[in-house]
Design a protein around this ligand. Sequence first.
Ligand code: DC
Length: 221
Amino acid sequence: MKTINIAIDGPGGAGKSSISKAIAAELGFIHVDTGAMYRAIALYAVRNDCVEQITDHIEEIDVELKFIGGAQRVMLCGEDVTDFIRSPEVTMTASRVAAVPEVRAHLFNLQKKIAAENNILMDGRDIGSVVLPHADLKIFLTASAEERASRRYLEMREKPDCPTYEEILEDIKQRDYNDMHREIAPLTQAEDAVLVDSTNMGFNEVVEYITDLIREKTDLR
Ligand code: DC
């Protein structure tokens, strides 16, 4: 059976994950958050203090995704690490390990396999350009760095140790730079991707807009 594959790429903090999750629920698709896979490898590197030597360890790093009630859980060597991969340290390390070709190759096959077996919305940085070049639809979802920082700040400001808006903005710009300037599979808009700039759009508006595009493109009702 041919599966439906939708690629959603864009910079960090553009809302790819939450938007993809909402659309996937609406269409009955699986949402695959590929960033979580890079984060799982980063967690391994942090825990084992081997960020610089990550290629020497790649064969022992077993990353798997499980979908429970449509929600993705990330397994690292059999342990569910979903709740441990969002710390600032893992976030910054993920951006570093994602620049390593062996890390990308390690995750590529797994991503292809999931896409071949399921109707999916897969979000990341290189999904439309590298992982699923023949996706049924490619979206490049972005927003200005200032808008992304302000959304993140609003989400985090009630939490203890919340960074300042300026620190969040600095972090976002640094990650954008890392993701766009690495040699392998840099963050880029695929030629045939539809650009969605959500700087001045509400969450529901973006979800509706992309869901409509998917329905049009795939004849889903
Ligand atoms: O989307 P995210 O913030 O969870 O991604 C974590 C890191 O992984 C980010 O720095 C970019 C990288 N990444 C990537 O290089 N390719 C992908 N397909 C997904 C994420």
